[in-house]
Design a protein around this ligand. Structure first.
Ligand code: PMP
Length: 382
């Protein structure tokens, strides 16, 4: 199998599994227990927290372990909103946030909070003029992703941080797709809170963190004594140790990013050469190294994914499956892409395990399957 769906999830690295196994079998005590085994677990938790803090450029006390990015996002938005000063009752999201995060936005709106969305331009980048107009003195917080999971487009986090702080509001950044693909430093990124998820960078699933700048008030959403009262619940120690091990592998993230950019550019150039109907979105925007989001004319994504499956290639479509059918991606819709083009969206996302040989194999085998279909489509078009 050729796995080209690293933005969905990544295979755990062997070093991650090796770090987790002894914890699962031997360090299973509760880190809140006073006895010896409990204290061993507490030490392992502290060591993992120190590693996470070192790699991500924050203080250990700024790390709140969660069950992943969805929970970290909810904790940040609901927690910062509940702690905002009186009179600050607006929350700003971008229109291209992760689907789960937009559900949270809708649930806030249903509860009577004023929610506004910063639009994106046709190339997938954030509309900064609109951001300036929306971020005013009545805003409690702005929640913005660092990189889009579909297009890979990078968002201007430092510029938005400056606007947000000038308005006296807090900035939450969903860095789920960014951390692991680009160098990241919490201290210098400008955000007050940052979400991450281990399974996006070769760590285990079901574990992540919210990094929270020391001194920023955040109302807990899960009552309990763990994580200094900020997130209750017995810690997923094996997962946390696995996440720390995965972060340690990111010391060479810059080299990996350069390698994946070359590989992705080879893939895109090869597909455009072999299939002239190929259209790549966000090709000129600053974007993640391994993400390639495209359509082959208006060939339905379902048809392309079936052919890819036949070739043993795992990729994904840009459409969110809803009961009974597919809807065009909200990200492409926000970029002004018509539905019939958005329903043709296919995403290849490359990662640590991919090789030039895999990309060459795809370039040799996919075009002969798609070109006849595109010709048929041209003949039958009205
Ligand atoms: N935010 C973004 C940008 C994501 O891509 C994802 C995962 N697809 C999430 C949040 C949710 O992460 P998790 O699976 O850890 O809940």
């Amino acid at each position: 199998m050729i796995y080209l769906d690293h933005n969905a999830t990544t295979p755990p690295a062997p070093a991650v599994i090796a770090a987790m196994l002894p914890v699962l079998s031997g360090v299973w005590a509760n880190s809140s227990s006073q006895h010896g085994p409990g204290q061993d677990a507490k030490r392992a938790l502290g060591a993992a927290r120190a590693t996470v803090a070192r790699v991500l450029g924050c203080k250990p006390v700024e790390v709140i372990f969660t069950s992943g990015a969805t929970e970290a996002n909810h904790l940040a938005v609901r927690g910062l909103l509940a702690s905002a000063a009186p009179g600050r009752n607006r929350v700003i999201f971008s229109s291209v946030e992760h689907a789960g995060h937009l559900r949270l936005a809708r649930s806030l709106a249903q509860a009577g909070i004023q929610v506004d969305f910063i639009p994106v331009r046709a190339d997938g980048t954030l509309d900064m003029a609109a951001a300036k107009a929306l971020i005013t003195a009545d805003v409690a917080l702005v929640s913005l992703m660092a990189a889009n999971n579909e297009t890979g487009a990078l968002m201007p986090v430092t510029e938005v941080a400056a606007l947000t702080h000038a308005a006296g509001a807090a900035l939450h950044v969903d860095a789920t797709q960014f951390i692991g693909k680009q160098p990241f430093n919490f201290a210098s990124c400008g955000a007050d809170a940052v979400s991450l998820s281990a399974h996006k960078f070769q760590g285990p699933k079901g574990v992540g963190a919210l990094l929270l700048r020391q001194g920023v008030a955040l109302m807990t959403q899960t009552l309990g004594s763990q994580e200094r009262g900020r997130r209750g619940g017995t810690e997923n120690l094996a997962g946390i140790v696995g996440m720390a091990a995965a972060l340690e592998l990111l010391d060479d993230v810059g080299t990996q990013a350069a390698r994946l950019t070359t590989l992705r550019n080879t893939l895109e150039a090869g597909l455009i050469r072999a299939i002239p109907e190929t259209h790549v979105w966000c090709q000129t925007a600053p974007r993640l190294p391994g993400t390639c989001y495209l359509r082959f004319g208006q060939l339905s994504a379902d048809v392309v994914l079936q052919r890819l499956d036949r070739l043993g290639v795992a990729a994904s479509s840009g459409a969110a499956c809803s009961s009974g059918g597919s809807e065009p991606s909200h990200v492409l819709t926000a970029m002004g892409v018509p539905a019939e083009e958005a329903l043709a969206a296919v995403r290849f996302s490359l990662g640590a395990t991919n090789t030039p040989a895999e990309v060459n194999h795809l370039l040799q085998t996919l075009p002969p399957l798609l070109v006849p279909l595109l010709h048929e489509e041209m003949l039958t078009a009205p």
